[in-house]
Ligand binder design. Structure first.
Ligand code: AMP
Length: 234
């Protein structure tokens, strides 16, 4: 199963991606987390990424594609859940090429949709653990990480002005990516403004349904058909 979780910052796609990965034994590839780790470890990528991330700007496609390629190539047959990638059409095309290269069948794409006011409210309250990086929902009761006891802090890019910039960048950059995917038979939209358990159950049903559709398309393609009038590719 190869899943792409789309959605603006604060939509809960990271939380859902971790859950789906854990429950289905998939590799989670979260580009934001990979970059935050790199910043912390002060690797070459991390040093280059730090300021752009703090300003809410996107990193260059070549760097991001390389980071994801490495992980997609090492993912097991169970598959992966991508979260935070692709953010541009160039990244989406590169992902299609990786899928074709490894003959991995159809991507399942889920867009988590939440109204902007709710996103701003959530992001202003979101905290991460300064030690292990775990993300915590807004307005929780503890100021300590429930996983490792580390101190909870605001993410540098969750400050209000940066949030506005990130939502703007997201809207501008990701809209074409959604258009790139929208016509595929394995594209789904989930209402992320609902209670997390409700989002989870709808999401799970959508993933199972899209996986069945994807498998049928792959079979058709193998049998020499067009794979649903050529709408779902690769
Ligand atoms: P996220 O945790 O997904 O919101 O990502 C945090 C930051 O990392 C973003 O605001 C970007 O600066 C950078 N980033 C993460 N993923 C990508 C990507 N696919 N392309 C470009 N920049 C990215």
């Amino acid at each position: 199963m190869r899943i792409v979780m789309m959605g603006p910052p604060g939509a809960g796609k990271g939380t859902q991606a971790s859950r789906v990965a854990r429950e289905r034994g998939l590799l989670q590839i979260s580009t934001g987390e990979i970059l935050r780790d790199a910043v912390k470890a002060q690797t070459g990528v991390g040093v280059a990424a730090k300021e752009k991330m703090a300003r809410g700007e996107l990193l260059d496609d070549a760097t991001m594609i390389e980071i994801v390629r490495e992980r997609v190539m090492e993912a097991t047959a169970e598959g992966f859940v991508l979260d935070g990638f692709p953010r541009t059409v160039a990244q989406a095309r590169a992902l299609d090429e990786m899928m074709a290269e490894r003959t991995l069948g159809s991507l399942i794409i889920v867009d988590v949709v939440v109204p902007e006011q709710e996103l701003i409210r959530r992001l202003a309250g979101r905290r991460i653990c300064s030690n292990c990086g775990a993300t915590f929902d807004p307005f929780g009761s503890s100021d300590r990480c429930t996983k490792c006891g580390g101190e909870l802090v605001q993410r540098a890019d969750d400050e209000q002005l940066v949030v506005a910039e990130r939502l703007k960048v997201h809207e501008r950059q990701v809209r074409p990516v959604l258009e790139f995917y929208r016509e595929r038979q394995t594209f789904r939209v989930v209402n992320g403004a609902q209670a997390p358990e409700r989002v989870a159950s709808e999401l799970d049903a959508m993933i199972d349904d899209a996986a069945a559709v994807g498998a049928a398309v792959s079979k058709q393609v193998e049998a020499g058909g067009s794979g649903s009038e050529g709408r779902t590719q690769p």
